[in-house]
Write a protein that binds this ligand. Structure first.
Ligand SMILES: *Cc1c(COP(=O)(O)O)cnc(C)c1O
Length: 406
């Protein structure tokens, strides 16, 4: 087991209070919420209380606007495919960002095969989209704009509120993948102006396999899973009662702790970034220094495979990810880092550190302590390092300051 966990954007441990809240719903209150007798109705009441709580935490007007799903991925799929099916007669164009999570990119690719047109709006070097560019991509055929709230690789926070003012004025549905945001930054559906918003419990110390989609009243959405008509017909399948209870409990705790945790993580992040940049040569700190998730620090190192770095850190008991975290079975460079204008070389050498509620200063210091040695050893082994110079590296890297030197 890893002693130090720096991968909170991949998943988080379930809190003991959350497990405790869930347990009785596996064993004692196991009734099907659709059953009419008392055991069933006990489950129904618990599910509806959880729905109310999630609605309140998101600032929704009505608990009916919350649909529980089997994951964050499913919530994104429901938003995208559900709107596409409901509005296909009105138009076939969707606008999104080039840096979205696969849970958004892949359903869009699937729709493209069925004749939909998708515009992937680029981001700037710091990983943030220009709202004007997103709005400029809208045509009279656009039925949906999908812009993630916080990025899972580089942690950048997107200007969703600014974009929604424009989509609202044009009557176009706005979806936001808020999976990385909840528990880390404020997420209120009315402030964001989102019509659809996806959430996943395991990213904020809840159980895996339970997500939710907020759907603003009046937003047209077809179901993608058909059956017994649960979740107001939008998501059939017997409700994951313990999961739903755990979702609400984890979200209550996450929201109660959020501000204090964020302040602590920002100071740990600053310590980490300074420690890494001071001690490792030719390292780049990726993303925006301010408009990012409190616990996210993402780097790229000269001539290093992110995956090798992750394996070497693992041998020292440290769990972290490379930038291509969400497709780490492949050795594809991160599409997020490429979309920021960096080269494949830079995208390959990325390391994502995501800290959480239990991360300590000592853990950060341990990483700062071991990282320079690991990087140096990997560079010695690198086939590029002999002929590489800082100059060719910066050119390959796509580093802005140096690229125009040539
Ligand atoms: C983790 C994640 C998802 C997928 O959520 P799952 O519940 O793991 O399916 C979607 N979007 C983002 C931004 C994520 O970080």
């Amino acid at each position: 087991m890893n002693e130090i966990y720096f991968d909170h954007s991949a998943t988080t441990p379930v809190l003991p209070e959350v497990v405790e809240a869930m347990t009785a719903y596996f064993t004692d209150y196991y009734g099907n919420p659709s059953s009419l007798y008392q055991t069933g109705q006990r489950s129904r009441q618990a599910v509806e209380a959880a729905r109310q709580s999630v609605a309140d935490l998101l600032g929704a007007d009505d608990p009916k606007e919350i649909i529980f799903t089997g994951s964050g991925t499913e919530a994104d799929n429901l938003a995208i495919k559900g709107v596409a099916a409901a509005k296909a007669k009105r138009g076939n164009h969707i606008v999104t960002l080039a840096i979205e999570h696969p849970a958004v990119i892949e359903p869009l690719r699937h729709l493209e095969k069925q004749g939909f047109k998708v515009t992937y709006v680029p981001v700037d070097k710091s990983g943030i989209a220009d709202p004007a560019e997103v709005v400029a991509a809208i045509t009279d055929k656009t039925i949906l704009v999908s812009v993630m709230l916080a990025n899972n690789v580089i942690g950048t926070i997107q200007p969703v509120g600014e974009i929604s003012r424009q989509t609202k004025a044009r009557g176009i549905a706005l979806h936001t993948d808020a999976v990385q945001a909840v528990g880390n930054i404020a997420v209120k559906v009315n402030e964001l102006g989102a019509d659809l918003l996806a959430v996943s419990a395991h990213k904020f110390h809840g159980p895996k396999g339970i997500g939710a989609l907020y759907v603003r009243k009046g937003t047209r959405l077809d179901s993608i899973i058909h059956g017994g008509g649960q979740e107001r017909g939008k998501r059939s399948g017997t409700e994951n009662v313990p999961g739903i209870i755990g979702f609400a409990k984890a979200m209550q705790i996450a929201e109660a702790e959020r501000q204090v945790k964020a302040a602590r993580l920002i100071s740990l992040r600053e310590r980490l970034v300074k420690g890494v940049l001071d001690n490792v040569d030719e390292a780049i700190y990726l993303g925006d220094p301010v408009r990012r998730l409190p616990g996210n620090a993402c780097f790229s190192f000269k001539h290093i495979e992110g995956e090798s770095l992750v394996l070497h850190l693992d041998m020292m008991g440290i769990a972290a990810s490379s930038g291509s975290a969400c497709a780490s079975h492949s050795l594809e460079p991160s599409h997020v880092i490429l979309a920021m204008g960096y080269s494949a070389v830079a995208a390959h050498g990325s390391l994502r550190i995501t800290m959480g509620r239990a991360t300590t200063e000592a853990e950060v210091d341990k990483l700062i302590d071991v990282l320079p040695g690991i990087v140096a050893r990997l560079r010695e082994m690198s086939p590029f390092s002999a002929e590489a110079t800082a100059e060719t590296f910066m050119a390959e890297f796509g580093g802005e300051e140096h690229a125009h030197d040539h």
